[in-house]
Design a protein around this ligand. Structure first.
Ligand SMILES: [Cu+2]
Length: 166
């Protein structure tokens, strides 16, 4: 059907192929029957506009201004065999943090949070106590999001982790 239409197109002036006729009518010498005004206005728009917006979308993670907004979180933390059961503690910024600390060792441990890994600027230093025993720590998370540092002050080499404030 399409072939027939294309053949008929040779005879009809101004007929444009639906596919976009690439054969320039004036160049073909066999098209003597075609009038001189054989549709030179067939706009071959085969230039795909490269409108790919591959720019990285800058995700502006707007931190919700809930600092000190009364958020509270409870974290279970276990110390056993001179190791914490997690290497990461995550809390919302400015939240009231409650840590249920379970020391299952007979040796003393604690939880202490600092601003940096060099144990600068303590955010919170929990009481050191021997187990097996449990203690509940409560403190307020820093208002500024970031990666802080926590450790056991008795075992600053073995018992460390990231204290992440979101
Ligand atoms: Cu310890």
């Amino acid at each position: 059907m399409a072939l027939l239409a294309t053949g008929a197109c040779m005879l009809v002036a101004g007929c444009a192929s639906p596919e976009g006729n690439l054969t320039t009518p004036a160049a073909s010498p066999t098209m003597t029957a075609a009038p001189a005004t054989a549709s030179p206005t067939v706009a071959v728009t085969d230039t795909p506009a490269p409108t790919e917006t591959s720019a990285p979308v800058t995700e502006t993670a707007t931190p919700s201004p809930t600092n000190g907004g009364g958020q509270s979180v409870t974290i279970d933390l276990v110390a056993e065999n001179v190791a914490f059961d997690t290497g990461t503690l995550t809390v919302p910024s400015g939240a009231e943090v409650t840590v249920s600390f379970d020391n299952r060792d007979s040796v003393p441990h604690n939880l202490a949070v600092y601003e940096t890994v060099s144990a600068d600027n303590p955010v919170f230093v929990g009481e050191i106590f021997s187990g097996p025993a449990q203690m509940t720590y409560t403190f307020t998370a820093p208002g500024e999001p970031g990666i802080y540092f926590f450790r056991c002050d008795v075992h600053p080499q073995q018992m460390t982790g990231d204290f992440i404030v979101e």
